[in-house]
Design a protein around this ligand. Sequence first.
Ligand code: GSH
Ligand code: ZN
Ligand code: ZN
Length: 192
Amino acid sequence: MAPIALHPLLDNGITPGSPSFAGGKLSCKCASDPVEVTLGSNVAHNHACGCSKCWKPPGALFSVVGVVPREKLSVTAHGEKLAVVDPSATIQRHACKACGVHLFGRIEAEHPFKGLDFVHVELSGDKGWQEPQFAAFVSSIIEHGFHPSRIGEVRGRFKELGLESYDALSPALMDAIATWTAQKAGRLPSSL
Ligand SMILES: N[C@@H](CCC(=O)N[C@@H](CS)C(=O)NCC(=O)O)C(=O)O
Ligand SMILES: [Zn+2]
Ligand SMILES: [Zn+2]
């Protein structure tokens, strides 16, 4: 059976990012008038995501997605080609109407991750982006048709690459969400 292709940033081994890297440009796939987004920082919490909503390059089972503070992101060319994919989603994913690539996802609602934008660093020719840290929403690939009998191969492949697999976000991020929720409900003090 063919080896599992997870994502181009994973399949040939993970290239470590550079701690001093301070950002770069992302572009959509349009041959003319591409949308360009400029990031004024490296990404954080970069990870593989198996959910059905995050953008994946053709043939990839997973998305690779990281975050930057929203004030570090600006659309620097052809923003007129962007539209929100699903206005009812928590993450408002801004995609190019011509090629379908998602340039950034933004949270406008009250949410623990409000203020962070979600981006895909493979859309950049720049080198030094933080490497993927873990795999999230792994079981979700079954929802878009991956045969459950091979999910062990997927988890095994992540393990070979040194990445933990989770079926939601990583424990650190789930704990951050739970803490925010408890603070909002008054069950934990606002300052811990
Ligand atoms: N099993 C679902 C999971 C979707 C999901 O919860 N995705 C996470 C990770 S990106 C999320 O935070 N979604 C919020 C959103 O898409 O707005 C699917 O595959 O669609
Ligand atoms: Zn495009
Ligand atoms: Zn996702």
